[in-house]
Design a protein around this ligand. Structure first.
Ligand SMILES: *Cc1c(COP(=O)(O)O)cnc(C)c1O
Length: 398
């Protein structure tokens, strides 16, 4: 069927007699102005020589890489961090010039992408080093790399005790350009003594670096993610930080050095009321009958479920905002729909906006609150919002 022959979408406001600003069933609003203000606040809290590496992996934590990266480019970041070659290529198409560091290990098939899009690899092993040297030969160009050091994360990186040898080997490869060195904390924000042990191990490994590199402002030495940043000391060898969660507006931990920093939420998550009806007391709601109505209830059916990013684990626990008032989720969250109790609302109608995360009226559901209901961590909540959910950027630069 010719798509042009499809009937025009009916205007939602005409159908429901209510002013609606959005015709989606579920959507995420990302506030570019808030993102930019967060960036400004974080930069202001850091010593001036510290470079800002913006972590935009996983579609910018579900915020939409296109708008997020564009905004960060306009506001000025020094480097982008992505998870793989494809994400790196997408960022490169938006931003020539800036360094793009691939945080994950590269599969052999991804390596050409690295050379073609001028991405920087993270390397942990001699195998990776040699494969990249071969690639550099094929492309007739030097490949930029950061050496990753495992100081206790137990994931990527050359084990810290082997790092001096490995650094020497990488420096011995003329086709590789060593542009940085880093480690990753396993428990930043949770376990200060272990984080400080990791820092110590990393700083020890740096002794193998020639002074010329260590003193060069173009050579990046980094360890801190958002939580690590909270114990960032301006003395010490570090001259860059990798910021993810904090720039998206998750508050720093209590008691941290950055506790005065008040980042704003960038993302809010919304859906609609698709149906309203009354059910008698004693009725069970949704699959497997995990909730039974204790009173005659007016239920609203929300047009989003776990297929959109409301996790099943939030069943019978989460709340949503309708007309600025809290409505509890009843029963099991299903793939496309979630039932909520709207009995206490003065008015509820088909088409009304339902806020799952974010402000509505005078109330707000924070990501942290949503996490508590779902038994999830914030990274997980962001990444669980699916492709079916429209990303709507606001606060664009004029
Ligand atoms: C994802 C990631 C980060 C960002 O972490 P946040 O806690 O979101 O700031 C930093 N470094 C590495 C290696 C990562 O994989």
């Amino acid at each position: 069927m010719d798509v042009w022959a499809l009937p025009k979408m009916p205007d939602a406001s005409a159908m429901f007699g209510e002013k609606t600003t959005c015709v989606h069933r579920a959507w995420v609003v990302t506030d570019g102005a808030a993102l930019e203000r967060n960036l400004g606040k974080i930069k202001a809290a850091l010593p001036p020589h510290v470079r800002y590496m913006a972590v935009v992996k996983a579609d910018a934590y579900g915020h939409g890489a296109l708008h997020t990266v564009t905004r960060l480019l306009q506001s000025g970041v020094d480097c982008f961090c992505v998870a793989n070659g494809r994400e790196g290529a997408e960022v490169r198409e938006l931003g020539p010039g800036s360094e793009i560091l691939v945080l994950g290990p590269l599969l052999p098939e991804e390596m050409p992408t690295l050379a073609a899009y001028d991405l920087t690899a993270s390397i942990s092993t001699r195998e990776e080093m040699l494969a990249l040297s071969v690639l550099a030969g094929q492309y007739g160009r030097r490949i930029p790399v950061h050496v990753k050091v495992d100081t206790g994360m137990g994931r990527m990186g050359t084990w810290y005790e082997d790092a001096p040898d490995f650094i020497g080997a990488v420096l011995g490869q003329p086709s590789l350009e060593l542009r940085g060195i880093y480690t990753h904390f396993s428990s930043a924000g949770m376990d200060a003594p272990f984080t400080s042990l990791q820092r110590q191990r990393f700083v020890g490994a740096l002794s193998a670096l020639p002074g010329s590199l260590r003193k060069s402002s173009h050579f990046l030495i980094h360890a801190d993610n958002s939580a690590g940043l909270e114990t960032f000391a301006s003395e010490g060898p570090f001259n860059a930080v990798r910021v993810g969660l904090l720039q998206y507006g998750l508050p720093p931990h209590r008691g941290s050095l950055l506790k005065r920093l008040k980042p704003e939420a960038v993302l809010s998550f919304h859906s609609r009321v698709g149906l309203v009806k009354n059910l008698p007391r004693g009725t069970s709601v949704s699959y497997d009958r995990t909730h039974t109505l204790a009173r005659d209830t007016r239920v609203a059916i929300v047009t989003a479920g776990y297929g959109d990013g409301i996790p099943v684990s939030a069943s019978n626990k989460a709340q949503v905002l309708i007309h600025g008032q809290r409505c509890p989720v009843l029963g099991r969250v299903t793939m496309d729909q979630t039932v909520v109790d709207a009995s206490d609302l003065a008015h509820v109608a088909v088409g009304d906006t339902v806020t799952l995360i974010g402000k509505q009226g005078c109330d707000e559901i924070s990501v942290s609150e949503f996490c508590a209901w779902a038994g999830m961590i914030p990274w997980d909540v962001f990444c669980s919002i699916t492709k079916r959910v429209e990303r709507v950027p606001t606060g664009l630069r004029g």
